[in-house]
Ligand binder design. Structure first.
Ligand SMILES: Nc1ncnc2c1ncn2[C@@H]1O[C@H](COP(=O)(O)OP(=O)(O)OP(=O)(O)O)[C@@H](O)[C@H]1O
Ligand code: NI
Length: 339
């Protein structure tokens, strides 16, 4: 298909057109210094999230999804270098560049307030010496709930994620993986953050609870909040996301409205991910992703790509898919075609 050079807003078209973005990420890049190598974890990332939008970030293990979330919250370890910009416009508050902000500002106004995080491994993130109820009540009180109302509010938030009142009396080590996951989601949702980063929030849940959690996130968006949902589950993304960003080897390679992406993927990697679904060809993407310490100069997917030619040894520009988002590929698929 014809792809034109695009420097305008990404997939946010249609209902989102013209509204100021809640989050505007531009050129976000994360490098980790190791003793004898540099990990290219996130590269030149651009995306926007509008109020009310559910953006799913998908891609194979190790492509940089969690590092992206941690970079936005200033949670990366000391060997990380973060560059670029991530402008957050919290409703009723001052805009803040999450990359340039001081630790004090992030701690006081961003983490847990303007931006909630459901961490990928909740069991290790939960304070071991407090029951679920203590943790929830403390979180609610820290965010303005009165001592008298907090216990009832804690029960409500717990019920929202499918926890029983009795579950709240357990300590984190007494919770199953799925229960810890739901408690972490309840803790992130309790302060009602305008933006939620949910990193694999359905891990360890059985199918009905997966759908319950996804629908809960969807409803948050329908009432005006925004969610960045990190998932390897494409069916989940399809069920609830407005837009999908596909990451490959630290970059977003395709960013489109959900319907359009599932109907007609533009990047051969996206087409490969869709072909791997059990209800499609059930054929895994051949080969393995490259080492992030040793990325090729051109398209990182080229060694696994059936459409690659000599030109793929040079980096592909990000182009507009007519009417529906962006793709970074020298040989994007035509609308409706499969790989
Ligand atoms: N502190 C660190 N030091 C060095 N490399 C790191 C560090 N943290 C993460 N990485 C590397 O950054 C890359 C991206 O990791 P990330 O956790 O974001 O992957 P992911 O897409 O979330 O994968 P998964 O689906 O398995 O959770 C990986 O190669 C990982 O090894
Ligand atoms: Ni991760």
């Amino acid at each position: 298909m014809t792809v034109t050079r695009d420097t305008s807003a990404p997939a946010a078209t249609g209902v989102y057109a013209g509204r100021p973005a809640l989050l505007e990420v531009d050129g976000l890049t994360v490098r980790f210094r190791l003793r004898d190598a540099v990990v290219h974890a996130v590269t030149d990332l651009r995306l926007t999230v509008q109020p009310g939008e559910l953006l799913a970030v998908v891609g194979e293990s190790g492509c940089g999804k969690s590092v992206l979330a941690h970079a936005l919250l200033g949670l990366l370890p000391g060997n990380a270098t973060v560059t670029g910009r991530a402008l957050l416009r919290p409703p009723g508050g001052e805009p803040v560049d999450l990359v340039g902000a001081t630790e004090r500002r992030l701690a006081r106004t961003v983490r847990g307030r303007a931006v909630g995080l459901v961490p990928q491994s909740p069991a290790t993130a939960l304070t071991p010496v407090r029951t679920g109820r203590d943790l929830l009540v403390e979180t609610l009180r820290a965010h303005g709930h009165h001592r008298r109302d907090a216990p009832a509010a804690a029960k409500r938030v717990a019920a929202d994620v499918g926890l029983l009142p009795a579950d709240l009396d357990r300590y984190p080590h007494e919770l199953s993986g799925g229960m810890a996951q739901r408690l972490a989601t309840a803790l992130a949702l309790a302060p009602d953050p305008p933006l939620l980063l949910a990193d694999e929030p359905t891990t360890g849940l059985d199918r009905p609870l997966v759908d319950h959690t996804l629908d809960l996130l969807r409803r948050r968006c329908d009432s005006g909040a925004a969610v960045l949902l990190i998932t390897h589950d494409l069916a989940a993304a399809r069920r609830v996301a407005d837009t999908v960003a596909v990451m490959y080897a630290s970059r977003i390679v395709e960013h489109r409205p959900t319907e359009a992406l599932f109907a007609a993927p533009a990047h051969p990697y996206t087409a490969g991910l869709l072909d791997a679904l059990p209800d499609r060809a059930f054929r895994p993407v051949p080969g393995h992703p490259p080492m992030l310490t040793d990325l090729p100069a051109g398209c990182a997917f080229a060694p696994r790509c059936g459409r690659a030619t000599d030109v793929c040894a040079t980096p592909p520009a990000v182009g507009a898919v007519p009417g529906s988002g962006r793709v970074a590929c020298h040989h994007p698929l035509s609308a409706g075609a499969t790989a």
